[in-house]
Write a protein that binds this ligand. Structure first.
Ligand code: LLP
Length: 426
């Protein structure tokens, strides 16, 4: 069906002046390769989504917190949300100011709430109990509240973040109590936020939830921030011609909604969206190496170094990622159905099941598309595997290292009884 399986990356000149083979020879395998031009385009898509005064795109750092990428996102004019002290640190390393950081918390310690109120311009809490803690800690301060619209959406039950069956947000049933806590601690409510779930390709639930949030906002005159969350999807099935989100249509409807609200209520604060995946997913291809091939019953397994410690999404949500093949030689490769697996000791360690791809052989490279969001960010050291390096192909088509690979010394360093540095023994 496909003469070669590189058409997508070729069409973008994704790897710049170096081939996947050269990249792996230089930086090792597995390797996350990011393309700066793609990242900048996606930032601009989001920044220009709605054309109404006060509209702001706030990148959700959890999708990818590499500070070199965050720096580009900042240069493109996005602000950012964080949900852990580590994410705030990465944002500061990337040059984000306090004013450009919003902290969206979930079940955090009093100490963390305090830190967030110092390091971020706005802190959002998402339960009455956390609102109490915040009030005790920071009476008189401003606060945002995460509300639960009762409508959820997402590509998998595990990423639906609103509705009755989730742990997130404050339900409208609790608003009276919430006002009481605000009063008692003299807290100033500056904004409300929500996030209904991750990855929609049909804008209707997002717009419905947005309309609900605007209705809710009417009950809180004086707020300056209305944050609609993220969830903007990307087409993961590129080789099947899946269409991207229709941003023209979504943008027009969203703009009309926001403009209408402004006109009706005189609101002149900010309208915020919090995209993560849309900004970073498409700017990375994850490279891995084929180390073994075998037939087990009817299945041809392509064994690679891309275990679920490197990319967890297929294992965790049965997510689909397109795969490209970069053969190590020029021999003709007939297409055949193959299952690409990793090197982790679990049978669920499957990256791509039953895919029609050119015949893979030892020494070939595979490229996993759309790996930039929730890829490296969710990698782990399970099986004491090392997390990979990351490189960025810049505007000059050259690749440079933006995160080095873990080393065995890194693994050792956290165990005080066994730390490699002798001075740590003192
Ligand atoms: N805002 C809040 C409060 C969130 O919880 C999230 C994602 C976002 C924004 C950004 O959502 P996005 O635009 O990226 O859909 N690991 C899963 C996705 C989990 C999303 C968690 N929250 C995956 O790989 O599909």
């Amino acid at each position: 069906m496909y003469p070669s399986r590189t058409a997508y990356s070729d069409s973008l000149n994704f790897f710049g002046d170096q081939s996947p083979g050269e990249l792996v020879a230089r930086f090792g395998s597995p390797l996350y390769v990011y393309n700066e031009a793609v990242l900048r385009r996606r930032c601009r898509d989001m920044k220009n989504l709605a054309r109404v005064p006060g509209f702001v795109a706030c990148y959700s750092t959890k999708a990818n917190g590499n500070p070199s990428l965050l720096r580009i996102i900042r240069e493109e004019g996005l602000i950012a949300d964080a949900m852990s002290p580590g994410e705030m640190l990465m944002l500061r390393l990337a040059g984000f100011s306090r004013e450009q950081i919003c902290y969206v918390s979930n079940n955090v310690s009093a100490r963390e709430l305090e830190l967030a109120s110092v390091e971020a311009a706005h802190v959002s809490v998402d339960s009455l109990s956390q609102l109490e803690s915040f009030g005790r800690l920071r009476p008189g301060l401003s606060v945002m509240l995460r509300v639960n619209p009762g409508i959820g959406a997402g590509h998998h039950a595990k990423v639906v973040t609103a509705g009755k069956d989730t742990k997130f947000g404050i339900s409208p049933d609790d608003f009276a109590q919430m006002r009481d806590i605000l009063r008692r601690h003299d807290l100033r409510l500056v904004g409300i936020n929500q996030h209904v779930g991750s990855l929609f390709m049909d804008a209707a639930p997002f717009l419905e939830a947005a309309a609900w949030l605007l209705d809710t906002a009417r009950d809180f005159p004086g707020i300056r921030l209305i944050d609609f969350g993220g969830g903007f999807g990307i087409p993961y099935r590129k080789y099947e011609g899946e269409k991207p989100l229709d941003l023209e249509e979504l943008g027009a409807k969203f703009t009309a909604l926001l403009a209408g609200y402004r006109k009706e209520t005189g609101y002149d604060g900010q309208f915020i969206i919090e995209p993560g995946r849309y900004v970073t997913a498409e700017c990375a291809i994850l490279l891995g190496t084929v180390h073994a091939v075998k037939n087990n019953g009817p299945t041809r397994y392509v064994g690679t170094d891309l275990g679920f410690t490197i990319l967890a999404r297929p294992m965790m949500y049965d997510s689909f990622h397109d795969v490209e093949l970069y053969p190590a030689d020029d021999t003709r490769r007939p297409n055949m159905v193959q299952t690409v697996v990793g090197n982790i000791c679990e049978s669920g360690d499957i990256l791509a099941k039953d895919r029609e791809l050119p015949e893979a052989r030892e020494g070939d490279l595979v490229g996993v598309l759309d790996a930039g969001a929730y890829g490296m960010a969710m990698s782990s050291n399970y099986n004491q595997r090392l997390r990979p390096a990351e490189v960025l192909v810049g505007g000059d088509a050259q690749a440079r290292l933006i995160r080095r690979r873990d080393s065995l010394e890194d693994l050792q360093a956290v165990y005080p009884d066994h730390a490699p540095d002798p001075s740590a023994e003192a």
